[in-house]
Ligand binder design. Sequence first.
Ligand SMILES: [Zn+2]
Ligand SMILES: [Zn+2]
Length: 219
Amino acid sequence: MPITVRVAPLWLAATNCWVVAAEPGGPTVIIDAPPDVPGIVELVRGSGATPAVLLLTHAHLDHIGGAGGVAAEYGIGASLHPGDGWLAEDLGAQVRMLMGFEYPGESYAGAERYQPLADGELLDVAGLRFRVLHTPGHTPGHCCFWLEEQGVLFSGDHLFAGSIGRTDLPGGDYGALMRSMAERVVPLPPETHVLPGHGPATTLARELASNPFLQALHS
Ligand SMILES: [Zn+2]
Ligand SMILES: [Zn+2]
């Protein structure tokens, strides 16, 4: 079954917001909500479809700061792993840490509540079936979303083309990232398309062959 995928890099961090549908014009799943709700609305409008749910890979500001606005705009729920609840609770602290100051007039609003994601869980939404892969390391509650049938992995800030997510922010853990990479991501079919939270798409085969962090797992 083919799918349609649209993406826009949004906000200061050029965070990829993914909009996924089983068929053109059908219900969509939004993956990550950068703090640019008008940008997300524009992206969704281009898909001609109605969002059914918002899935969040993790609770860094650049992925979750628009969650409240998106949830309100479409009347949909947002899902997040409880391991990132502490990050989601205080977005103001992330704004201060990332920018060093308050950002008056700019709105960063998480959702009022989050549907908890669990490792291995199957999410049947919008005619698609996602497997939740809990991949801690970049943050404790980071998750990747795997469309097994379509061979697509939304990898958030876990795996990038040529790199991996940073682990020097609060809650980051390099050892945990490499472990969850080895256990959850490396065993996926090599032809899997990897659609990350920043930068261009890649494939698992390409990363296994050329990403120094994945090669470090084999040596
Ligand atoms: Zn992040
Ligand atoms: Zn990010």
